[in-house]
Ligand binder design. Structure first.
Ligand SMILES: [Cu+2]
Length: 169
């Protein structure tokens, strides 16, 4: 019996070490999300600038007057927490999360409402409308793939308020 006990102890130690090799999965990832705009000029430019929604031909994102910035563009699959701050001084913004099948294809968009068709796009979850300076968080368990974070206040998506997140397996 004594011999068996001694043999088992090191094996148990190896198993514990193996579990410790995947801390990213256990802890999850925190993604800081900033919703921003350039103030009054953001909306007055809407009629003058070509829309910059995802994959729209001729889009130049350097012309965007509002946007979504994230501090991690690639996270491991598993639990992901989005810590969202509306950094605008005067506008309400939000963050909607949707899967992306093909980054070369525009999201379904209603040009009259000036909004993404959330149901058709495959809505997953959101941090809904936040006043300037306010925060919100959202925790999701995500499988590998590409996801889009966008703001669906009328006009904002087309003005450039979106970004892509890669979830790696
Ligand atoms: Cu917005």
């Amino acid at each position: 019996m004594t011999c068996r006990t001694r043999a088992a102890a090191p094996l148990f130690g190896v198993i514990l070490t193996g579990l410790g090799a995947f801390p990213a999965y256990a802890a999850g990832s925190d993604v800081h999300v900033s919703l921003w705009d350039k103030g009054e000029a953001s909306m007055t430019m809407m009629d003058e600038v070509q829309p910059m929604g995802m994959a729209m031909p001729g889009s130049d994102m350097s012309m965007a007057t509002m946007g979504i910035t994230i501090d991690m563009v690639d996270v491991p699959a598993g639990e992901v927490t989005f810590l969202v701050t509306n950094d605008s001084e005067g506008m309400i913004h939000e963050m909607v999360l949707a899967p992306v099948v093909d980054t070369a294809t525009e999201l379904p968009y209603d040009g009259h409402l000036m909004k993404v068709d959330e149901d058709a796009a495959g809505h997953l979850a959101e941090v809904a409308e936040r006043d300037p300076g306010k925060t919100g968080s959202l925790t999701m368990t995500l499988d590998p793939g590409t996801f889009i974070l966008y703001c669906n206040i009328p006009g904002h998506y087309a003005m450039g308020m979106w970004t892509l997140l890669t979830v790696s397996g």
